[in-house]
Structures are given as structure tokens and as C-alpha cells.
Design a protein around this ligand. Structure first.
Ligand code: MG
Ligand code: MG
Ligand code: MG
Length: 308
């Protein structure tokens, strides 16, 4: 049996069974040290898989940190320390300097610190980040309760459109297209939500694989039914323009586009905070499955191993 036959999540299940760990399977692993809850997480960026050599190295460095911060925030925490393992071909030193300028800028922005790392030679660039964060209260994917509302922290689908534009490798892009590209290459983790998530969310996940895939994790792990109203899903003006120009449906991008790094979370309606840009897109009830406008939603997000 090949990995592509069981997919990323089938493989994770097999590894969990071998390790018989009750913790594995959330955005971060919460570990308790004295009276503190530390959050451990790791995510890597691989050349030709997550980025191309022609991308600005500063942006690649920024993103490598941001995608990890996103998981920490989804667990209700703030990042503290980072270790970075780099696998590198024989590049210009200036490339690596620029990469680390991006990493440093991101760490300053999110208020965390690189405290070590490792270097190894390889044919392609890989930036593997291990991050430690801290939470007042760990928020998992498994705490959604019937009666909760489902919220998202910002517009969805922009990153996928940005990636498609980038891969066109055009010489000229319009203003709105550059914004979409920036959302793909230089996403910002929603660290402005940490306090809200840690205080009020019953369940939370960051949208890295796509709404239609990531919402299933909350539904399955919380044993609840989730209803989503498509008309409430926030879609940016830039994505609307992109879809109009290319004859696409923005909803497809919002549902199956990955790497938006927005937060998807649930809590009672009276915890809504008008000072954050959160949008209510659905509700949680007893039962199972995910429904979009009353019809069962298939998990069409990104799986690293499933064949397209
Ligand atoms: Mg995540
Ligand atoms: Mg990961
Ligand atoms: Mg992640």
C-alpha cells in the first residue's frame, strides 16, 4: 500500500497508533510543565512544494515563521521560542541572509526568538521550524458544543488565487493581483486573535488546507454537526475581481483553497467581538457531519499525499 492510497490523514492515524499518544492530532501539542501549558508545533517549507526558488527569500522566511505561529494562535497561545533546521544546496550566501532577514522580521512582529537550529546539505531548500509557545488555556479542535456559532477571522480563498497568479509568471500584474499574491507569499498569522481565542473559543483550527477540509476536523474531533451558510463566507474584493476575470467561482476558492491561515473557531453567540473582523458563517448542533446550505460538504481541501 502506498501513502497516496491512504492520504496524509490515513498516515497520521497509523503513526498515532504506533506511538499510542493521546495528544497527537491537534494544531499544537500541549505539554504541561509545572503550572504552565507549553505548546509545541512544527511545520516545514520545502522548495518546489511550498515555494519556488524565484520567490523573494525574505517572504519565504516570513512565511516559515507565520505558518507555525498560526498553529500556536489556533491553540490559544503566543509563540516564545523557535529552532530552525535548514537543508540547503550550495546557494549564494546572500540568499540565506535574506531568508533570515525575513525570519527575523517575522519573529520581531510576533514577539518570539530563534534560539538555535541545524544546517545540512541537500539538493533542495527546506526550512523546518520547531516552535514553542505558551497558552493560558489550551484550545483544541475537539471542544465545539451544540449551540455554538462558527466563526472565521477573515476572507478565504485569496491565497489560492495568489498562487495561481504567481505561477503564471507574468511580467506585469494589476494592483489587486499583487494583493492576492502577497496573501499567498506573505500571510500574517492572526496573532491579534490570541486573547479572544484563549478566553472564549470552545474549539479552533487554523485554515491551512482549506475550509471544507479543516472544518471536518472540528466536526469529527468534537462529535458535532456543523452547518455553514455559503452566503456568509467572507470573500475579498480582490478575489471577486480575480474570479470575474478568469471565469471562476469565488466560493470554490473559499472552500478548497488552502494556506489562508485564518482561524476557524466556535463559541456562543454572545462572545462575538465587534472589534475583531470575525464573521459568523455557521452553527454547531448535535449530530455529525458538515453541511453547506443544507447539503453534505465533501472535504475537498488539500492533502499532501492524495493524488489529484
Ligand atoms: Mg494547523
Ligand atoms: Mg503541520
Ligand atoms: Mg500548520
Amino acid at each position: 500500500m502506498r501513502i497516496s492510497q491512504i492520504g496524509e490523514f490515513g498516515l497520521i492515524q497509523i503513526l498515532k497508533d504506533i506511538l499510542s499518544s493521546p495528544v497527537i492530532g491537534d494544531d499544537t501539542a500541549p505539554v504541561h510543565l509545572n503550572d504552565k501549558t507549553l505548546l509545541l508545533t512544527t511545520d516545514s517549507m520545502l522548495e518546489d512544494r511550498h515555494f519556488k526558488r524565484f520567490y523573494l527569500p525574505q517572504a519565504v522566511g516570513w512565511k516559515a515563521i507565520s505558518v507555525n505561529v498560526s498553529d500556536v494562535v489556533a491553540s490559544g497561545g503566543n509563540p516564545l521560542w523557535v529552532l530552525i533546521s535548514l537543508a540547503l544546496p550550495d546557494l549564494e550566501v546572500s540568499y540565506v541572509e535574506s531568508l533570515y532577514e525575513g525570519i527575523k522580521t517575522a519573529c520581531d512582529f510576533y514577539n518570539c526568538h530563534v534560539v538555535g537550529g541545524n544546517l545540512t546539505k541537500s539538493d533542495r531548500i527546506m526550512i523546518d521550524v520547531f516552535m514553542i509557545g505558551k497558552a493560558e488555556r489550551f484550545v483544541s479542535r475537539s471542544g465545539a458544543k451544540p449551540g455554538d456559532k462558527l466563526y472565521v477571522s477573515g476572507t478565504l480563498g485569496d491565497s489560492k488565487a495568489g498562487l495561481e497568479l504567481l505561477l503564471m509568471e507574468r511580467r506585469h500584474y494589476e494592483e489587486f493581483e499583487l494583493k492576492l499574491i502577497e496573501r499567498h507569499t506573505r500571510p500574517t498569522a492572526r496573532i491579534d486573535y490570541t486573547r479572544h481565542i484563549s478566553k472564549y473559543a470552545n474549539a479552533c483550527i487554523d485554515i491551512s488546507d482549506g475550509l471544507s477540509s479543516d472544518v471536518w476536523h472540528i466536526s469529527r474531533m468534537s462529535n458535532v454537526k456543523i452547518n455553514i451558510n455559503s452566503k456568509d463566507i467572507p470573500i475579498s474584493q480582490e478575489l471577486r475581481l480575480f474570479c470575474k476575470k478568469h471565469g471562476k467561482n469565488p466560493l470554490d476558492y473559499a472552500l478548497s483553497g488552502g494556506e489562508d491561515y485564518q482561524l476557524l473557531f466556535t463559541h456562543p453567540e454572545d462572545r462575538y467581538n465587534p472589534f475583531l473582523d470575525m464573521k459568523c458563517i455557521g452553527s454547531v448542533e448535535e449530530g455529525s457531519g458538515v453541511y453547506l446550505d443544507g447539503r453534505e460538504l465533501s472535504a475537498s481541501g488539500f492533502d499532501h499525499f492524495k493524488l489529484a
